[in-house]
Design a binder for this molecule. Structure first.
Ligand SMILES: [Zn+2]
Length: 250
């Protein structure tokens, strides 16, 4: 993991060597830290705990943007604090726990695996903590119950597995998934357009959120119209398979 670096005042990001997963740390009062999607590999989680300690930051809450295996990790040293998620994310993380553990594979210590997906339903759409106000934007693109976070004070939008510059849109395989994906982009667009920083779950941070929205809409338009896509992300690892699945869905 590259070390935590400051993206905005009071907001740190560390990027995993695996699929460029971004772990987000939002700093509140008196060294309180809100951890969003901390991951991914065992040594990277270990490094993250060490870095938080070195910076005198104490996790007081977590948030999982959605119920996929790379977004529901935790480390014992982060402590027993509430790990919030949407109602659907909590439900899916519970009902699919075996699949999630299988997807993570054998490279995690048992005490870390025992904490995977242990989420609590966020009451309402604001994370209760002593820090900048963090609002949840709920939608069903990528997976039902997906949540983005809007930190108005910092002008930061944390998007989970949306608005990536390395991954194509990844709708789930339900019949209405492409429509749900457009609806999700519609929910994010107003925030993306004013965000100073958009932090995707995978890939690089951008100050041009509208360009990310436009790229995803153009990709979906090509799918719907049966046109060949010229999206540069097609060349990235694993994206040919994603594109083939998206063509079947369309
Ligand atoms: Zn992911």
């Amino acid at each position: 993991m590259t070390r935590l670096h400051e993206v905005a005042a009071g907001l740190l990001v560390a990027t995993s060597r695996t699929d460029a997963l971004n772990s987000v740390v939002i700093i509140g009062q008196d060294g309180a830290a809100l951890l969003v999607d901390p991951g991914w590999q065992q040594d990277e989680l270990d490094d993250l705990t060490a870095e938080l300690t070195a910076r005198s930051l104490t996790p007081v809450a977590g948030f999982a943007t959605h119920a996929h295996y790379d977004h529901v990790l935790w480390h014992p040293d982060f402590g027993e604090v509430p790990r919030w998620a949407s109602p659907d994310s909590v439900r899916i993380a519970g009902s699919h726990r075996e699949e999630i553990l299988e997807a993570l594979g054998p490279d995690f210590r048992p005490e870390v695996l025992s904490l995977v997906g242990r989420l609590s339903v966020l009451p309402g759409l604001d994370i209760p903590w002593l820090g900048p106000e963090v609002g949840v934007i709920l939608h069903d693109a990528h997976i039902v119950g997906h949540s983005a976070l809007w930190v108005a004070e910092l002008g930061v939008l944390v998007t989970g597995d949306m608005l990536s510059d390395v991954e194509l849109p990844l709708p789930d395989d339900s019949p209405g998934a492409l429509g749900a994906y457009r609806a999700g982009l519609g929910a994010l667009a107003p925030y993306a357009s004013i965000a100073r920083f958009v932090i995707p779950g995978h890939g690089s941070v951008t100050s041009d959120g509208s360009a990310r929205v436009a790229a995803d809409l153009a990709y979906l338009d090509d799918l719907d119209a049966g046109r060949e896509s010229t999206d540069a992300r097609l060349a990235n690892s694993g994206m040919a398979e994603v594109h083939a699945a998206n063509l079947r869905l369309a």
